[in-house]
Design a protein around this ligand. Structure first.
Ligand code: ADP
Ligand code: MG
Length: 350
């Protein structure tokens, strides 16, 4: 569906494993003070001095997490880094290094891996992280990418999922549901393309939501903003599976309840119009659609004046005693229990 602009196809076997690694990693530059030794030895050497180290890993599997018929490899490389950095930022930490491991079948030419790595290099540059290692191996089926992200945080500044208290405000960054609706548009265009391969899709009406799906941005800026505003959230999580499932994680781990107000949930106009077109309820999408990579946090009421009016931060509810349960307060002012229908990688495959 996405046009192949790079028709050259050099088989992977032309290079061999060591040359391939050398070739793919030659554009990585070391910028972090904490990186002592990067790619090229048996292991990387890092020095964080007095900082605490934060580590997170994600695995992306072709056919489960991405579909190469509409995901350009460059975007995939970029997104693989983003989903991991998002977890580091959700700890209120600064991302500093990543490792990237890939398993690839020989149906991929070297040019395809160059594209994938171009996305990785771009992400590393923009987000100021060093790629300090990884592993490369063959796969008998699809492409598998695993990224490990490493970050640092001053002792006591880390924010866990477990610190929310009753009466804390529930705050979300950006807007929700865009990535899911972008995926719906791409899936629809894929079906159209199957019927008529000459039909190049016109996605101009959906640029924002398609970009939210294909090229998400991790909220590094929010960690910096919170520092500037002198706000330390009482709990935080990134929204990878949808608002309802992340709210439930915060509530369960903090032993609190929540009231989320439907009319406060931030939605982009393009999400609203696309939901209307697809005849789906936009609140359902915000609650259950995944992959927005926004941050969801709780802050103490005392901090409200510091965040008030900030366009990046929206108060969508407040935490309650645990025995009050978890509810959505609808526009009609009825209370309905929040249940997780979030995207579940394992269930989807069953
Ligand atoms: P080993 O046999 O010890 O695993 P490798 O030959 O796999 O060593 O790796 C050599 C160096 O290249 C190491 O520094 C490793 O971290 C790095 N490396 C290997 N594959 C990748 C990759 N896909 N991306 C980034 N770095 C890689
Ligand atoms: Mg290796």
């Amino acid at each position: 569906m996405i046009e192949d602009k790079n028709p050259q196809r050099t088989p992977l076997s032309d290079l061999g494993e060591f040359k391939l690694i050398e070739h793919l990693t030659e554009h990585f530059k070391v910028t972090q003070k904490s990186t002592i030794k990067s790619i090229g030895d048996d292991a990387a050497v890092l020095n964080f001095e007095k900082k605490q180290v934060v580590v997170s890993t994600d695995l992306l599997v072709e056919g489960v997490h991405f579909d190469l018929s509409y995901v350009p490899l460059k975007h995939l490389g970029y997104k693989a880094i983003m989903v991991n950095l998002s977890d580091i930022y959700a700890m209120n930490a600064t991302a500093t290094q990543v490792t990237v491991s890939i398993a690839v079948s020989n149906r991929f030419p070297i040019e395809a891996l160059e594209e994938l790595y171009a996305g990785i290099v771009t992400a590393a540059k923009i987000y100021n992280v060093d790629v300090v290692g990884g592993d490369t191996t063959s796969s008998t089926s699809g492409l598998v990418i695993s990224v490990t992200a490493i970050g640092e945080v001053d002792k006591g500044n880390e924010v866990l999922r477990s610190g929310a208290k009753p009466n804390d405000l529930l705050v979300v960054t950006g807007d929700l549901g865009g990535a899911y609706m972008g995926l719906q548009v791409l899936e629809r265009e894929k079906e159209v393309f199957k019927v008529n391969p000459n039909n190049q899709p016109d996605l101009s009406m959906y640029t924002y939501i398609v970009e939210r799906q294909l090229k998400p941005e991790a909220r590094k800026d929010i960690v910096e903003l919170l520092k500037e505003l002198k706000v330390k959230p009482t709990s935080m999580i990134d929204i990878s599976d949808g608002l309802s499932s992340e709210v439930m994680h915060l509530c369960k781990q903090s032993k609190v309840g929540v009231d989320v107000y439907e009319n406060k949930i931030p939605l982009d106009p393009q999400v609203i119009s696309t939901c209307e077109e697809f005849n789906i309820d936009s609140t359902t999408i915000a609650l259950n659609g995944g992959e927005d990579y926004e941050l969801l946090m709780t802050i103490s009421q005392e901090d409200f004046p510091k965040i008030k009016g900030n366009p990046n931060l929206t108060v969508i509810g407040y935490m309650t005693d645990e025995d009050r349960g978890m509810h959505l307060v609808t526009r009609a002012e009825t209370k309905i229990p929040i249940i997780a229908k979030g995207w579940n990688a394992l269930k989807d495959q069953a």
